[in-house]
Ligand binder design. Structure first.
Ligand code: GLC
Length: 609
């Protein structure tokens, strides 16, 4: 056998196979085995202008930009979910500029100290990069630092809308910011500035309600409380979201087969869109908003995420927004058929930072390609990164000391819980009060309590608490249930009984008062989209059972939005809209037993008949 001949054939075959493999990877997988890096040779230097906190921010940004390679700039434009980092070295390998915790995405052990250690580990990894650009770490602390065990859980925004007290909203935001900063997290994806025009939307409770002017005032009050502190940098960076039109998506138009409203289509004309939904963002920009998150909705069937008119012409040029625009959860990839075209269209429309939770390698490779092909210009990238770095400097990320364990004592502090309790009581709306049943006497002889939300912190808190979709029960939240608050408030001679189903014998003597606390199971976003939000059969049955055994019946509704009770409301003596009050159930008892008057007003319309 002529081995030489056969060996040369084998070598040619192997070479061809190798070339075909490489071609396949670049054509079909379009993933680099390695980032196409243009190496930066000036690493880990000190005493540079961008590191000098005495210099004006624009000079520090200009100096830093001048030292950055294209790859380092592109790394600043991606926001990824922390669970996609399987090796901390990836942060420096890919120059990642921003991380987030999706709902419930925390350390293995849910304690404040474990959160702080996790954040500091990411922070240290970012400091290992050539230029040591600190990470921006974001989270949805939409009603307190809700992912963290022991945090104060404030009423969701819909309840703050019912309270309609801007100073109180500022205090809530300040307390939230302090609890976040204690764990080293300096970016909050709040406030939600959507205007809830259709309460069938699962995000209704994340909004301040349906009045554009109120939402604008409360949103800016929240912004002020979140960003202001005694230092010359933001305490925590806020995010005005979701630009624009959230709350007006047409029911049944969602792109997502599991949803009805979220990711849906808005058909308002431009005048209506501006009059209803632009006002809160206008006020937020005027009051210092430096991040705007763009909605995953479509406006007349065009993705907001790739709408240059909305993002650049209106927000950046007309309103003068100088911060950065971040896209919302894979919203970019819904823009076009390919990831490449989606990213190019969105970045060129005005998106500066792309949230691609688990897909950063593709993003970086695609933007590098787009830059080399001229589909995204160097100017567009420089403008996006300049915006991002400016906000990082304004948030003190280059200068503030690392958070320390001693600072964790602020989490769930009595002072914060008092603020939350005040927000709870001011958010309670008295929908009906026949013959002045309320307020109740604290020395009434016998009270029977029932209902799915009477002794359930998870239902009091709603979504974005411990887990993305919230929890149904008392595990994982530190607080006081409405039942516990009732028991704490009444006199020693008052007998309080509780049975969730309302199964009471009582022979023939009736309780003086029956209190039934009912409402919605926790949910978040599209999972809460609902054609007819209403009470469960179990809750309706509990109300009937208690009504039959009480002289008077009080129904307290713990829900993220109005529920359809038109058929039943006339049978109940008193009805309270409690919204999603959070950890401090005592605030409900404060008004139920008259220590404070009911002052809450409906933030959205609620038809009772
Ligand atoms: C979600 C929400 C947005 C949230 C973001 C990060 O999809 O739309 O409000 O801030 O993802 O969790």
């Amino acid at each position: 056998m002529n081995f030489k001949f056969h060996r040369s054939k084998l070598i040619i075959f192997l070479l061809v196979a190798l070339l075909l493999t490489i071609a396949f990877v670049f054509i079909f997988i379009k993933r680099p085995f390695f980032p196409l890096v243009n190496k930066n040779n000036n690493c880990q230097q000190t005493n540079l202008p961008y590191q000098n906190s005495a210099l004006p921010i624009d000079q520090r940004v200009a100096d830093l930009m001048s030292r950055m390679t294209d790859v380092e700039k592109i790394g600043q434009m991606v926001l990824i979910e922390k669970n996609s980092i399987h090796n901390l070295d990836d942060i420096s390998r890919y120059n990642i500029g921003a991380l987030l915790s999706g709902g419930g995405a925390g350390p293995k052990q849910d304690t404040p100290l474990a959160w702080l250690q996790m954040i500091n580990d990411f922070d240290s990894a970012a400091k290992e990069t050539c230029l040591g650009i600190p990470l921006l770490y974001g989270i949805d602390a939409v009603h307190g630092h809700g992912n963290v065990l022991g945090a104060t859980i404030f009423p969701h925004a819909i309840g703050l809308g019912a309270a309609n007290d801007p100073d109180l909203v500022t205090q809530v935001a300040q307390a939230t910011a302090d609890e976040m900063a204690a764990t080293g997290i300096y970016w909050n994806f709040a406030p939600n500035l959507d205007v809830a025009k259709d309460i069938r939307w699962g995000k209704t409770y994340e909004t301040f309600g349906s009045n554009p002017a109120n939402n604008a005032t409360l949103g800016s009050a929240y912004l002020k409380g979140m960003q202001t502190n005694s230092n010359d940098y933001f305490n925590v960076l806020a995010t005005a979201k979701h630009y624009i039109g959230g709350g007006n998506m047409e029911f049944g138009t969602s792109r997502n087969k599991d949803f009805k409203v979220e990711e849906g289509n808005i058909t308002l004309d431009e005048t209506s869109l501006r009059q209803t939904h632009l006002i809160p963002f206008q006020k937020a920009v005027t009051n210092g908003a430096k991040v705007v998150m763009v909605s995953t909705a479509t406006w007349n069937n065009k993705m907001n995420t790739s709408n240059h008119y909305l993002l650049t012409d209106i927000l950046k040029t007309e309103l003068g927004f100088s911060g950065f625009i971040v896209s919302d959860w894979y919203g970019v990839y819904a823009v076009a058929d390919s990831k490449y075209d989606s990213i190019v269209n969105s970045v060129n429309a005005g998106v500066d930072m792309v949230m691609t939770p688990f897909d950063y390698k593709d993003f970086i490779f695609n933007v590098q390609q787009a830059l080399s092909k001229g589909d995204i210009t160097k100017d567009r990238i420089d403008n996006a990164v300049t915006r991002i770095l400016t906000v990082k400097f304004e948030t003190g990320l280059f200068d503030r000391p690392q958070a320390l364990p001693e600072g964790l004592a602020v989490i769930g502090s009595d002072q914060h819980r008092d603020i939350a309790r005040e927000a709870v009581r001011k958010s309670q709306v008295l929908l009906k009060n026949n013959q002045s049943v309320l307020p109740l006497s604290k020395s009434v002889k016998k009270i029977i309590v029932a209902g799915s939300a009477a002794d359930n912190l998870g239902r009091q808190a709603g979504g974005w608490t411990t887990e993305w979709q919230g929890i149904d029960g008392n595990e994982g939240i530190v607080g006081i249930t409405i039942l516990e608050a009732i028991k704490k408030t009444v006199s020693a001679d008052t007998e309080v009984e509780y049975d969730k189903e309302g199964d009471y014998s009582l022979e023939n003597n009736l309780a003086d008062v029956g209190i039934v606390v009912v409402g919605e199971k926790p949910y978040a976003e599209g999972w809460g989209d609902n054609a007819n939000p209403s009470l469960s059969p179990e809750d309706l049955s509990a109300i009937e059972n208690v009504k039959a055994k009480s002289k008077k019946i009080v129904v307290i509704i713990v829900a993220g939005r109005p529920l359809d009770i038109k058929e039943y409301a006339q049978n109940w003596d008193a009805i309270v809209a409690s919204w999603l009050p959070g950890s401090e159930g005592q605030g409900v008892a404060d008004v139920l037993f008259g220590d404070y008057a009911f002052t809450g007003k409906l933030p959205v319309a609620w038809e009772l008949r």
